[in-house]
Write a protein that binds this ligand. Structure first.
Ligand code: SAM
Length: 200
């Protein structure tokens, strides 16, 4: 049985709806930190002209991803790969993607993963490719919801290197990699879907 994340089950459709708005009709996507694989199976089914490459740090996740893909019977998903976002080399140097998608990793991983995500995306995005990040963020000038405040405290209690990231700090890492925030979409439950493109 593949693993099940209630949160992924809740947010998969709102994220897909937004992906359909911001991405072109067809392309290839690299998913970073695919987790259970519920997203990969759902997004690939909902974006039939896209080819989806799921990945995760953990070997155990790869079995779960393959399980969800088999359960959905989706043909446009490539076999999951182990990929550590902090590795200096993710894939062959010439690998290019029309989109790189990363949901709910930045707050459940050390801060260094943010710079690594941005640098790797800059290496592997096609010229007009888009990096999509999704999750809860802190933002200057925006009151943090009670739910996100409590979530942040519980993350930090679990691991001092975890915690909600300030969107403005993420923008600094993006700029260092030559990327810029192209769009900010408010999502259910005080999450954001952020779209990053190459800086002009
Ligand atoms: C909360 S889960 C999110 C999974 C899925 N994207 C979702 O939204 O349901 C966080 C994931 O980040 C992955 N992760 C943590 N550190 C990572 C790293 N350095 N490189 C790649 N993935 C990592 C974990 O293995 C885990 O699957």
């Amino acid at each position: 049985m593949p693993d099940f994340s209630p949160a992924a089950d809740r947010n998969k459709q709102p994220i897909l709806t937004m992906l359909r708005q911001v991405l072109p009709d067809a392309g290839n996507a690299l998913e970073i930190a695919s987790g259970t694989g519920q997203h990969a199976a759902w997004f690939a089914a909902g974006l039939p002209r896209w080819t989806w490459q799921p990945t995760d740090l953990q070997h155990t996740a790869l079995d779960s991803i393959a399980g969800w893909v088999a359960q959905h019977g989706v043909a446009n998903v490539l076999p999951p790969l182990r990929l550590d976002v902090t590795a200096p080399r993710w894939l062959p140097d010439d690998a290019r993607f029309d989109s790189i998608v990363c949901a709910n990793m930045l707050h459940i991983a050390p801060w260094a993963t943010c710079a690594a995500l941005m640098q790797g995306s800059a290496r592997h995005l096609a010229t007009n490719g888009l990096l999509i990040t999704y999750g809860p963020y802190l933002e200057d000038g925006v009151v943090t919801s009670e739910g996100n405040r409590t979530f942040n405290q519980s993350l930090r209690a679990q691991d001092a290197d975890w915690g909600l990231r300030r969107r403005e700090d993420v923008e600094v890492e993006a700029a260092r990699a030559g990327l810029q925030l192209a769009a900010r979409h408010a999502m259910p439950s005080n999450n954001l879907l952020l779209v990053w493109s190459r800086a002009l």
